[in-house]
Ligand binder design. Structure first.
Ligand code: ATP
Ligand code: MG
Length: 423
């Protein structure tokens, strides 16, 4: 992603303090403190190559202060650095929104001056705008109440910039927020983040990651519930090309921007796939292959201490995703198989894939091992009995052992290899 793409249409003020709002972690029954700590530590880790920061949690909010004298961050401009920081913070699960804020202390006179200076910057492009003021007064000792402050500052700005500004309460072009707490805070943009629960609070899952549209979205969704991900990919060279493998590695990088570091296990599936082709009925090939992937995944999950499997399946989407087909694969797994897309329309999945930036990579046209050797008319409603009978000639234990012995594991860390400005 380039920095240009990062710039929101609304010009971001350069203010060195970021107000980060955290969400669901305040839910009843959850250990709020622990979750807050987890968001903070995930945030520290994600920002580690972008310079020095002061990160301070306080009352369901986290303040991130950029050290502006930081010469080691690799950024020429503090404003571009801030955009990069915001982009990283948005992708930390548990964060609801981010605002660059201006912080100061003082009285109503100070607010007037700051609000004028702030608005002047916002209007620097000379376009006229509608606006409103929203004030929150946490410190009740402040002599004016919220409504009075809003009216006062709103009136002042409207007269000060009478040629460019008009008050409009419903859907204004911008809202100037004033918060009075330990300090006074001024901001106008609330940048939405990905919400969810912080990574590392939801146990570990093994994502069956193919190069398609669905499984990266499934991984993102489970990671958004706090799951730490590892991923497994079944590669069948030369039936599937090195580009197909690279595509999966690239997708893992894209998911890791949200989930944090991923161990990606690449299984050399070629010999197994040839054995299945030679020894199983062609119309059952897809199901038998699925079941074999499940067995290997289930055992790998056991070895890695991962408590669930995750796939990108959606009911009825393709022949291998009928209820009967899903039942035959479920029977294999000794742990829950999470299919977060099970009730989604493909359109909805595509919308999420676009939002998280995996779509463009997913649609690159490289073969998946599920599409080679597949019969013209696969059985779409296989009974469990037929599935088991199809495997009668297989030495299943030996095949699983073979698969597990041919694993290459890569550590996928979204940011460590890139220079700070190349997000
Ligand atoms: P996707 O878009 O995720 O590729 P799909 O719509 O192509 O899914 P299938 O080919 O039936 O559907 O695959 C269903 C699920 O099985 C995938 O979402 C993925 O979780 C898993 N899967 C399929 N092929 C592989 C593979 N080569 N390696 C790992 N997992 C796979
Ligand atoms: Mg696929």
């Amino acid at each position: 992603m380039t920095l240009d793409q990062l710039k929101s249409p609304e010009k971001l003020e350069y203010d060195q303090i970021l107000l980060v709002r955290i969400g669901e972690i305040t839910l009843k029954g959850m250990n709020r403190h622990k979750f807050e700590q987890q968001v903070v530590s995930n945030m520290r880790f994600r920002l580690r190559d972008l310079g020095h920061f002061n990160i301070t949690p306080s009352q369901s909010r986290i303040w991130v202060e950029l050290d502006t004298d930081d010469t080691e961050s690799g950024f020429k401009e503090n404003s571009t650095r801030q955009l990069a920081v915001i982009e990283r913070i948005k992708a930390v699960f548990g964060v609801v929104s981010v605002s660059p804020v201006r912080r100061f202390s003082g009285d109503i006179k100070t607010i007037e001056n700051q609000a004028i200076a702030y608005t002047k910057q916002l209007l620097a492009d000379g376009h006229s705008r509608t606006f409103k003021i929203e004030t929150r007064r946490g410190d009740k000792r402040f002599p004016m109440d919220s409504m009075e402050i809003s009216n006062h500052i709103g009136g002042l700005l409207a007269s000060q910039f009478s040629d460019l500004l008009t008050v409009q309460v419903k859907n204004p072009d911008f809202t100037l927020y004033i918060e009075i707490r330990d300090h006074i805070y001024l901001y106008s943009s609330i940048i939405k983040a990905h919400r969810g629960l912080p990574s590392g609070t939801g146990g570990g899952g093994l994502l069956l990651l193919s190069g398609g549209i669905d499984s990266p979205v499934a991984g993102y969704m489970m990671a958004s519930r706090g799951m730490k991900l590892e991923a497994i990919y079944f590669h069948a060279f030369p039936f599937t090309s090195d580009q197909a493998k690279q595509k999966v590695i690239d997708l893992a990088h894209l998911i890791a921007r949200f989930s944090g570091r991923i161990q990606l296990h690449i299984v050399n599936f070629t010999d197994i796939q040839i054995t299945l082709r030679d020894q199983c009925p062609p119309d059952m090939m897809t199901i038998v292959m699925r079941r074999m992937m499940m067995r290997i995944s289930d055992q790998l999950a056991e070895q890695r201490g991962l408590k669930a499997l995750i796939t990108g399946e959606s009911l009825g989407q393709v022949a291998s995703q009928t209820l009967e087909a899903l039942v035959t694969t479920d029977q294999i797994a000794t742990r829950p198989v999470f299919r977060p897309l099970i009730g989604l329309d493909k359109d909805d999945t595509v919308t999420i894939a676009r939002k998280i930036g995996t779509f463009e990579t997913s649609i690159l046209p490289y073969e998946d091992c599920c599409t080679v050797f597949v019969a013209k008319h696969p059985k779409t409603h296989p009974s469990l009995r037929i599935a088991i009978e199809s495997e009668i000639h297989l030495d299943i234990e030996a095949l699983v052992k073979d698969g597990l012995s041919k694993i290459e594991t890569l550590t996928i860390d979204a940011f460590s290899t890139s220079s700070p400005e190349a997000l």
